[in-house]
Design a binder for this molecule. Structure first.
Ligand code: IMP
Length: 418
């Protein structure tokens, strides 16, 4: 069977509310997979009286009948993953599988990430400081280490010690202290003990699941505008966040991908540095942040807020092949007298309708619409205020993509399925 892996992808700069949609959808799938990123991602979910934080484990973990795969494209901090797994006690056996080809984030990657950000000073990217860039960097420059190498910790430790020795001058210059053989070996032995029971060839596992006709959900992390190639480089994360990343990060072929759902906020936020044409630094931006509780789940940093950028979303929808959009947090716009959508950019006095290589020095061209109140909690399209309906229609028209779901609050039932 072909085209049976449905995919969820962020369409802006991350934090679009993928967590709510994936939680909703995960109940209907047999297999849920992560394919890129690391513990820079995160969402919290409330189950009964417990609040669970997910950074690396796919959201299918809440469905007792689903299996969860962390693909080869993910970078894994063994320490962070072990900590996250503890929340689920011994219930993960046979339900969590980690690719033996996934690269590890080790302490030196985290220290390099933080040192580089310090050295960049005013030009800092504003990373999450989780070692993501250096770990992907090691992978690309072929000095990284895969989880499967925990099967021989003696050899792995020696390889790392040799690497630290070769690059001693660089580590010294960054004031990074590297571990001794014994300390490192002990740490890696601990990781091996906890993680190896879950490590396997996940590409074969996904293929087998496809052959058996299982329903598979692919869960993207971060967002399209943070993609290493197609995002706002260099203010991006270090992985392929777009739908095509799922092929690389799991070992799928393009024909395996089925329905693609783009997750997009009814306005726009960004955390970290970098250009953001529709950012609103005034009172309205502050109000969006306040009403939308816009603080990063992983780092707690306040998110920058602004208006819906239809140019960027149209681009993102095309690059991901979105069949539909889930429009999140529409209720956050409740109470605004006027709401704005950026319909084009002005660059050097010219109107531009496509996303340029650089988003610096852009003036957004806005269309303004009458606002509404009382969309909060609405679950039937008919009950949505007329101006809110007009806003959704405009988004469909400008992005060329139909809206399949409107979210009007954090709860599962605060959703309009169209
Ligand atoms: P890194 O992924 O930690 O290297 O950070 C690079 C950029 O991506 C920074 O601007 C981060 O704020 C941003 N970023 C990384 N992960 C997320 C996420 O899950 N949501 C939103 N922004 C993120």
């Amino acid at each position: 069977m072909k085209n049976q892996c449905d995919l969820i992808v962020g369409i802006q700069w991350g934090d679009e509310g993928k967590g709510k949609i994936v939680d909703l959808m995960a109940q209907n799938y047999d297999v849920v997979c992560r394919y890129q990123g690391g513990h820079n991602a995160g969402h919290t979910i409330v189950v009964g009286d417990k609040t669970l934080a997910l950074h690396l484990i796919p959201s299918g973990v809440l469905n007792p009948d689903a299996i969860n795969i962390i693909g080869n494209g993910v970078v894994i901090s063994p320490e962070a993953l072990i900590e996250e797994m503890k929340q689920f006690g011994d219930t993960l056996e046979g339900r969590l599988f980690i690719s033996d080809k996934a690269h590890m984030i080790l302490d030196h990657h985290i220290l390099i990430d933080q040192a580089r950000e310090r050295l960049r000073g005013a030009k800092a990217i504003g990373t999450t400081g989780r070692g993501i860039g250096p770990a992907y960097g090691s992978k690309i420059e072929r000095s990284g280490h895969r989880i499967g190498e925990l099967r021989d910790t003696q050899k792995l430790t020696q390889n790392l010690i040799d690497y630290f020795e070769t690059y001693k001058a660089i580590f010294d210059a960054m004031e990074i202290k590297t571990p001794s053989f014994d300390t490192l070996k002990e740490e890696l032995d601990g990781f091996a003990k906890e993680l190896l029971p879950f490590v396997e060839d996940t590409t074969s596992l996904v293929w087998k699941s496809i052959d058996e006709g299982k329903r598979i959900l692919l869960e993207g992390a971060q967002g399209t505008l943070l993609d290493i190639d197609h995002g706002t480089y260099p203010f991006v994360t270090s992985s392929s966040t777009i739908s095509a990343g799922a092929c690389i990060g799991l070992g799928l072929n393009p024909k395996d991908i089925g329905k693609v759902t783009g997750i997009v906020k009814a306005y726009c936020t960004r955390v970290g540095n970098g250009p953001f044409p529709t950012e609103d630094l005034g009172e309205e931006g502050k109000l969006l942040g306040k009403n939308g509780h816009e603080f990063g789940t992983t780092t707690g940093r306040p998110r920058r807020c602004g208006w819906f950028d239809a140019v960027a979303v149209r681009y993102a929808s095309r690059i991901n092949g979105c069949d539909q959009l889930s429009l999140m947090k529409l209720d956050v716009l409740d109470g605004f007298e006027k709401v704005k959508i950026c319909v084009a950019y002005e660059i050097d006095g010219k109107r531009v309708d496509t996303l340029p290589q650089s988003l610096e020095n852009i003036t957004p061209i806005y269309e303004e619409f009458d606002g509404w109140s009382d969309s909060k909690g609405v679950s039937k399209y008919e009950e949505l205020p007329a101006n809110a309906k007009a806003y959704v229609d405009k988004i469909e028209e400008l992005t060329g993509t139909k809206v399949g779901l409107i979210s009007t609050g954090p709860q599962r039932d605060e959703s309009i399925i169209l």
